[in-house]
Design a protein around this ligand. Structure first.
Ligand code: ZN
Length: 431
C-alpha cells in the first residue's frame, strides 16, 4: 500500500487534478459579501462547475464567504461575481507565502514546545504522536479507558478511538457522546480539541466536570482520515488536501480520494457534489466506498441504542449545524437548535476578538443543499443530537497559527461540556 501511495503522490504532483497546489503560487483567497440566498446558490453552483474551493461558508448580511481561487479559475469566478454585482475583495493575496509562513510557525512551535515537554493537544501532532498519546492514556488508565482499533485506512493506517467510561460501557442508563475530527485532512485545528477532551476527562478531571465523566460514556476518534492528514504534512503543496487518499483506477487514473463528508449513505450523490473525481466534493463511486467512512458508520450503528450526541468536527467558520441537508428538519429540531445554540453561546462567551460569532442552524437553510454528510447520516440512523461543528479560523483559514490551539481547546471543551449535560438530561427524560 505504501508503494502505491508513493506512486500516487508523484502522479498527483504532476497533474492538475485534486487539491495539490504545487507550490501554492498564484493561489489567492477572496472574501465574498453575500446579499441573498441566490448569491449563496451561485457559490454552490460555482463549487460544482469550477471546483471552487470554499474555505468558509458565508451568510447573507452576516458572514463573508471565503474561497480560494487558482490561476485557472480566478478570472472566470471573479467575472461571474462582477456580472452578478456581488461585492468581493482580496482576503489573502499569496497562498504560497501563507503556506510557508504557516510551515515555519508550526516548525518553531514544535521545537519550542518539545523542549518544554509539550503535550500533543497543544500542538499539531502527527498521526504517530496521536496514536502514542492514545495508547499511553489507555495503558495508564485501564479502568477508565479502552482503546479500540476500528480498522485500517485505505493506505493501511490503524484508525483508533478511545472509549472512556467509569462503568466500562455497561450502564445502559448513560448516554453516549461520540465526537470525531479530521475527516477533512487540511482542517488541522480539529484534532487538538478531541485530544484535549481526553485530557480533561481522564488526566485532568476537575471537580466541576466530574458529572461528565460519571454520567456520560465517551467515544473519541481524533483522526478519522489519517491518510489525508499525513499527506497534508508532506510539504506546502499538499497542505490543502481535503479528501481521503483512496486510489481507484477504474474511476480515474489521475485523481485520488473522495470527500468523506459526501460519502455517507444519506441522499448520497444527489446534491452539493461533483461527478468529477478530481473535485473537492467528489462523493465516491458508491456510498461508503471509503474505509474511513465505514468505520464512522459502524461506530454510530454499534452504539445507536444510547448514543445521544454525534459531534462531527470540522473547520472553519464558527458554525453549529444540524440536519437535514435537503431542507427537511428532523422531528426534534427544536431540541437540536436549543442544544446547538447553548453550545454556540457558551463558546462565544470565551471568543477571541479575531473570531467570528458562532451561528447555529439547519445546514441547508443557512447554506445550501448537500448530500452524504456524516451529520445527516448520524441523524438519519437515530442519533438525537447530530451536529457538524465548524471551529474558528481566526482569519487564517485552515492555517491557524499554533498559538491559538490552547484557546480553541478550552473554548471548544466548554461547548462540548454543555452539549453533554443537555444530552444527559434528555437521555434521562427519555427524549
Ligand atoms: Zn470539513
Amino acid at each position: 500500500m505504501y508503494v502505491i501511495s508513493i506512486v500516487c503522490v508523484l502522479i498527483a504532483a504532476v497533474t492538475a487534478g485534486g487539491a495539490d497546489l504545487e507550490s501554492g503560487a498564484g493561489y489567492s483567497v477572496h472574501g465574498i459579501k453575500l446579499r441573498s440566498r441566490s448569491d449563496q446558490q451561485l457559490i454552490s453552483e460555482l463549487q460544482q462547475s469550477v471546483d471552487l474551493d470554499i474555505w468558509q461558508y458565508g451568510l447573507p448580511e452576516g458572514q463573508d464567504t471565503l474561497v480560494m481561487l487558482s490561476p485557472e479559475n480566478r478570472v472566470e469566478v471573479l467575472d461571474e461575481l462582477d456580472a452578478k454585482g456581488i461585492e468581493h475583495y482580496l482576503h489573502l493575496a499569496d497562498v504560497k507565502q501563507a503556506l510557508e509562513t504557516h510551515a515555519e510557525e508550526v516548525k518553531q512551535w514544535k521545537q519550542q514546545s518539545r523542549s518544554g515537554g509539550a503535550v500533543p493537544f497543544n500542538d499539531y501532532p502527527r498521526y504517530a504522536e496521536v496514536d502514542a498519546y492514545m495508547e499511553s492514556i489507555a495503558a495508564q488508565y485501564p479502568n477508565l479507558v479502552t482503546i479500540v482499533n476500528a480498522g485500517k485506512s485505505f493506505e493501511g493506517r490503524d484508525i483508533k478511538y478511545l472509549k472512556i467510561s467509569t462503568t466500562n460501557f455497561a450502564d445502559a442508563s448513560k448516554p453516549i457522546y461520540f465526537m470525531d475530527a479530521m475527516m477533512h485532512a487540511r482542517e488541522w485545528v480539529t484534532t487538538p480539541p478531541t485530544l484535549y477532551s481526553i485530557h480533561r476527562l481522564v488526566e485532568n478531571l476537575r471537580d466541576q466536570d466530574k458529572d461528565l465523566l460519571e454520567d456520560v460514556d465517551w467515544i473519541i476518534l481524533p483522526i478519522a482520515n489519517p491518510d489525508g492528514y499525513e499527506y497534508t504534512h508532506i510539504n506546502s503543496s499538499t497542505r490543502m488536501w481535503r479528501k481521503t487518499r483512496s486510489v481507484n483506477p477504474e474511476i480515474s487514473e489521475n485523481c485520488i480520494g473522495v470527500d468523506p463528508n459526501r460519502n455517507f449513505d444519506t441522499h448520497w450523490n444527489t446534491t452539493g457534489v461533483s461527478p468529477n473525481p478530481c473535485a473537492e466534493t467528489f462523493p465516491g463511486n458508491e456510498a461508503f466506498s471509503e474505509p474511513e467512512t465505514r468505520i464512522v458508520r459502524d461506530i454510530l450503528l454499534e452504539h445507536l441504542d444510547r448514543m445521544q450526541v454525534y459531534m462531527n468536527i470540522h473547520s472553519h467558520g464558527n458554525w453549529v449545524l444540524y440536519g437535514f441537508d435537503n431542507y427537511t428538519l428532523p422531528p426534534n429540531y427544536i431540541h437540536l437548535h436549543l442544544v446547538g445554540a447553548s453550545m454556540g453561546s457558551v463558546m462565544d462567551t470565551m471568543k477571541l476578538p479575531q473570531a467570528d460569532w458562532y451561528k447555529v442552524g439547519n445546514s441547508a437553510m443557512v447554506f445550501y443543499e448537500t448530500s452524504g454528510s456524516a451529520q445527516d447520516y448520524g441523524q438519519l440512523v437515530g442519533v438525537p443530537l447530530s451536529y457538524t461543528l465548524e471551529l474558528p479560523g481566526y482569519g487564517y483559514g485552515f492555517l491557524v497559527p499554533p498559538q491559538f490551539i490552547d484557546h480553541i481547546n478550552k473554548e471548544t471543551w466548554e461547548g462540548i461540556a454543555v452539549t453533554a449535560r443537555m444530552a444527559r438530561i434528555y437521555h434521562q427524560s427519555g427524549l
